[in-house]
Design a protein around this ligand. Sequence first.
Ligand SMILES: Cc1ncc(COP(=O)(O)O)c(C=O)c1O
Length: 382
Amino acid sequence: MNPTRAEIDFAKLAFNVEQVRRHIHGEFPKKKIKICGVVKANAYGHGLEEISKKLVELGIDFLGVANYDEAIRLRKLIPNTPILVFGTLIHSKLEPAKYVSILHKHDLTATVASLDTAKFLDIYSRRFKKRFKIHIEVDTGMRRIGLDFKRAYRTIQQIAVLKNLELEGIFTHFASSEEKNKSFSKLQLKRFNKLLAELKKAGIEFPLVHSANSGAVLDLRESYFNMVRPGLLLYGYYPGNSVKNKISLKPIMNLKSKVTFIKKIDKGESVSYNQKYFASKPEFIGSVPIGYGDGYQRKLTNKARVSINKKLYKQVGAVTMDWIMVELGKRYKINIGDDVMLMGDDNGNELGADKIAQMCGTITYEILCAVADRVERVYLNG
Ligand SMILES: Cc1ncc(COP(=O)(O)O)c(C=O)c1O
């Protein structure tokens, strides 16, 4: 059996959910603010089904996914919790009636980012007794998808008269809420609030209004409305340095493997592809079966450290597809089969996904999502 695995701790997930809850309700003790747990991209690499099931057990109100495939997979497992699909619909499906009927059958909530999508869902929902639940996405500055805030008022009026849709929600998405400088987020919020006020005057109101991703949950209380949409916080990381430590969090994934081979090399010998490391003294090298094929980035070559028996060791030589090598020193006290911790909760020292992301010149999100399918997920404290 391959010893490389991602151990995912449900007790830490519960802890993070509780921290988020306390934080948002601490600000608004009388107001019930719903939480939409964002579980897209295989729950940021942690396992879509398992994480979602646990979040539902923990009383999460909504689940947010990226596309209809993820949503349908989830609905098979989770019968009752609303599932909001952030992605767009493909209108050009060969059998649109059948397509929409599948979405109806799975009781999904659609993001509507254009009038065309609204009309498409409306037309093909005619023959169903239930109206199709939608949340309208307004683009207030992200420039990804959504109704352009400048023209959204008119478009929403046109959507509001469509009989087969239920306008359950409206939302926007921040482009930089994790940054210290909140001026762009505040501008986005101002545009969104102005639109909401105009719609209200015209008699159009939505039961659910939401905008806050993790950065805004931590640091932009005026963006909460009556639902928030945290992703990264649930998995135990902060979306940026300036919002760090606003609440306490525990990374829920520990990426682990085992030392499976040890040899001694001489001074001057090189390790791994392309001779990127030379031993400056005779030393022992341990080989660990994890590589970029598992999501352990090649950019970590000669940079990362790993923890064995609570001590840090240097990873040396190029990261290969299936292996890394670790310098164990002149004399070592490590045995084949000893656990190696490569990423996760080591009390904020060296191995956090945020630290690893920094070494790779990327963001924590990408490092978590990169943990490959072939890495077994092991769930603890279920
Ligand atoms: C529409 C939407 N809402 C919420 C989130 C959650 O973001 P975060 O993980 O920063 O909380 C995302 C993720 O990018 C998103 O696309």
